[in-house]
Design a protein around this ligand. Structure first.
Ligand code: CMP
Length: 139
């Protein structure tokens, strides 16, 4: 099925001017960028986004990192977009990421891992709605 997923190009990647190279990976994989904007989150806004992780020991660090520099939030659309995006990103920890994936090529550590992608249709819907209105999604 055609799906939409929420993608974030994280501060470690925007800081190193990797937005274009990362977008090329998505587009080469057949994912269409149907919405995109560069924003600078506050720690509180990052905290709401990552609420599901609030009991984890790295939650505070994660929120501070996500607010440390601008991010690019985007909606990717395509056949099986959620799984396809996760494939292109590679494993959360770049040390485990397959060659050629975004995290293998660009990520610096498990915390500063260059990209986020939704993990399921339900979370994708919630995450897209957190950043975008329906009018901003241009298929
Ligand atoms: P993401 O897919 O954005 O979802 C939650 C994030 O928490 C994850 O990517 C990692 O960047 C981060 N994360 C996961 N494990 C750790 C860890 N052990 N230390 C710091 N950050 C982590």
């Amino acid at each position: 099925a055609i799906e939409r997923t929420l993608s974030i190009i994280k501060p470690d990647a925007t800081k190193r001017n990797l937005t274009g190279k990362i977008n090329a990976k998505f587009e080469d994989a057949g994912l269409r960028i149907v919405a995109q904007k560069r924003i600078h989150l506050t720690p509180a806004q990052a905290g709401v986004f990552y609420e599901v992780h609030k009991e984890r020991p790295f939650y505070g660090e994660l929120c501070e990192f996500m607010a440390s520099e601008p991010v690019v939030v985007q909606v990717l659309e395509g056949e099986g977009a959620i799984a396809k995006n996760r494939e292109v990103m590679g494993a959360t920890n770049p040390a485990d990421a397959a060659p050629g994936t975004i995290r293998a090529e660009f990520a610096e550590s498990v915390g500063e891992n260059s990209v986020h992608g939704s993990d399921a249709p339900e979370t994708a819907a919630v995450e897209i709605a957190y950043f975008f209105s329906g009018l901003e999604l241009v298929g």
